[in-house]
Design a protein around this ligand. Structure first.
Ligand SMILES: Cc1cc2nc3c(=O)[nH]c(=O)nc-3n(C[C@H](O)[C@H](O)[C@H](O)COP(=O)(O)OP(=O)(O)OC[C@H]3O[C@@H](n4cnc5c(N)ncnc54)[C@H](O)[C@@H]3O)c2cc1C
Ligand SMILES: NC(=O)c1ccc[n+]([C@@H]2O[C@H](COP(=O)([O-])OP(=O)(O)OC[C@H]3O[C@@H](n4cnc5c(N)ncnc54)[C@H](O)[C@@H]3O)[C@@H](O)[C@H]2O)c1
Length: 502
């Protein structure tokens, strides 16, 4: 079986030819800020700098909007929403609602995915950039010196520059894999037919999200993950709940094994695993991580060093080893999220243009994996909390009334607290967990304590009750232990005596 992996077909979705602005800066000599890469980091940086009155030239070689808009967050979340709708229809019997004959119209699902992209695209478009005061050019850029780059054959001088060229999917060197035309995030959203049997290499965020999406849309999905478990960056018990949900979706999860070779099998393919087993498949999606896009940029000529993993080396203020060049987003080695790219792009631009010395936040960056159940986390993980001897409060969602009313109790809310009771981490697993996370992010960022969360009334019945109840449990534990307990008991006795004597 062969899949027609076209690039996104609608003209509105393929604005690969757009008019470039003039490459000559307004003062005729040098741009205040040259931004290379028009993904989230570059876009936010360019708009921020232009907002401060800087002359800004943004260079993008493909589509403005980058991975998030075209091949990442937006299409994956749109695909997941369709898949979850199919799942809800199939499983509504538990609420006494019977839906017969759920069918998936895959081309219509993909049209929904493209509509989501097309609706968001105008906010990131070249026109939007111009409206924000940014000059944008459709070209590749390469540094030719620490203060100049070549763009479309033209030398461009800059006072400062920001590199934001993102990351690309890693392709493992498995013999025979290339012959099977492996899908990546760059091609999977161009599928026009649902794969019958989909093999997914990698059980990280992409593997779990897209593995679940395709399974719920009707593919027979197998995920092969080299590590001992899925979602290695999340708490083990959170990952276990996702593994359980995937099994419920019919996904076969194989961990601790690796594919050693791929060979053809008629019109399909077979993957050979290092435990001696084999998996037959029609299409394979590779999601084993992403490598920074740093080649062909002339970074060496510009004096910009890479770290030992190949990411652009930046200091806490996002300055590279060339003091005139900054970097933000997926190519820096910071967690690869759109919100990180945006916040760091803005921060790097502010530091560059205004000469500020703001430092990038790395301790309270949120993470959300949009499977069902959703997994949301910030700060210190369970494993690290144990190693550091920190306090943890975990509340199972069997105690959250909203979860009970929705029959979605397979989840939990966890707070990690330091010795002073300050929130230093949180993990939430359950429906819309990412929507309950921000208060934990706020707490971790501003040193709030469990008692601050406990003292803030949460609406009933919401999923945020989970975190609230965990905070209350912590406060109650403090009140019923040691000195505090003796003090409250003494107060109660005094009050009792006072009232008796009246
Ligand atoms: C399937 C998938 C799902 C994801 N889901 C989420 C999610 O739900 N939430 C989340 O927070 N994150 C998600 N991410 C991660 C998120 O997409 C990235 O972290 C984010 O897009 C990084 O932005 P960036 O600006 O660093 O890079 P990019 O978006 O990759 O932008 C870099 C741009 O630079 C351009 N470029 C490269 N080289 C040159 C050159 N030499 N000259 C000119 N231009 C150049 C590229 O064409 C590209 O447009 C997802 C990623 C994937 C793959
Ligand atoms: N919801 C989100 O925010 C979201 C969604 C998707 C992607 N992303 C971002 O994109 C990045 C890349 O995603 P990803 O899933 O490709 O990477 P990842 O790092 O999250 O996971 C890759 C997985 O592949 C495994 N692996 C490596 N080599 C392998 C091999 N040869 N065979 C089998 N397994 C192998 C690794 O052990 C790891 O678990 C993520 O780090 C994340 O930051 C975010």
């Amino acid at each position: 079986m062969t899949f027609d992996v076209a690039t996104l077909p609608e003209p509105a979705l393929n604005p690969s030819h757009w008019e470039s602005d003039d490459l000559i800066p307004p003062d005729g000599s040098a741009w205040d800020l040259l931004v290379i890469g028009g993904g989230t980091a570059g876009l936010v940086a360019a708009k921020t700098a232009a907002g401060f009155g800087a002359s800004v030239l943004l260079i993008e070689r493909d589509r403005i909007g980058g991975d998030c808009l075209w091949t990442g967050c937006v299409p994956s979340k749109a695909l997941l929403s369709a898949a979850h709708a199919a799942h809800d229809a199939r499983t509504s019997t538990r609420y006494g609602i019977h839906v017969d004959g759920v069918t998936v119209d895959f081309p219509a699902v993909m049209a929904h995915v493209r509509r989501a992209i097309a609706t968001i695209e105008p906010t990131d478009s070249p026109a939007a950039m111009r409206a924000a005061g940014v000059s944008a050019a459709h070209a590749s850029a390469r540094f030719t010196s620490p203060q100049a780059a070549i763009v479309d054959g033209h030398q461009v001088q800059f006072r400062q520059a920001l590199v934001a060229t993102g990351a690309a999917p890693v392709m493992p060197p498995i013999p025979g894999l290339a012959d099977a035309a492996p899908l990546t995030n760059e091609s999977v959203f161009g599928l026009t037919q649902l794969p019958g049997r989909l093999l997914v290499l990698g059980g990280g965020s992409i593997g779990c999200e897209l593995g679940q999406a395709f399974a719920r849309l009707g593919s027979r999905v197998r995920i092969v993950e080299a590590a001992e478990r899925l979602l290695v960056r999340e708490d083990a018990d959170a990952a276990a709940l996702v593994t359980q949900a995937l099994a419920g979706d019919g996904v076969e999860v194989r961990t601790g094994v690796a594919v050693t070779a791929v060979r053809p099998d008629g019109s399909a393919w077979v993957a050979e695993l290092d435990d001696g087993t084999e998996i037959g498949f029609d299409a394979v999606l590779v999601a084993v991580g992403r490598r920074p896009r740093t080649s062909s940029l002339g970074l060496d000529v510009a004096g910009v060093e890479l770290d030992e993993r190949g990411f652009v080396r930046v200091d806490a203020r996002l300055r590279t080893t060339n003091p005139r060049i900054w970097a933000a987003g997926d190519l820096t080695g910071h967690p690869q999220f759109t919100h990180t790219a945006g916040v760091h792009g803005s921060l790097a631009a502010s530091n560059a243009v205004l000469g500020l010395r703001r430092r990038a936040d790395v301790a309270s960056l949120p993470r959300v994996t949009f499977t069902q159940p959703e997994v949301a986390g910030v700060g210190v993980s369970l494993e690290r909390a144990r190693a550091l001897g920190l306090t943890m409060r975990t509340l199972g969602h069997v105690e959250v009334d909203r979860a009970i009313t929705e029959q979605q109790t397979a989840g939990f809310s966890r707070l990690v607290l330091d010795g002073k009771g300050r929130v230093v981490g949180a993990t939430i697993v359950g429906p819309r967990a990412g929507e309950s996370l921000p208060e934990a992010v706020l707490a971790a960022r501003h040193g709030l304590r469990a008692r601050d969360l406990a003292a803030s009334t949460h609406a009933y019945p919401t999923y945020s009750d989970g975190l609230w109840k965990a905070a209350i449990a912590q406060v109650q534990a403090q009140l019923t232990g040691g000195v505090t307990r003796r003090a409250t008991q003494a107060l109660t006795s005094v009050r009792r005596l006072t009232l008796r004597s009246r």
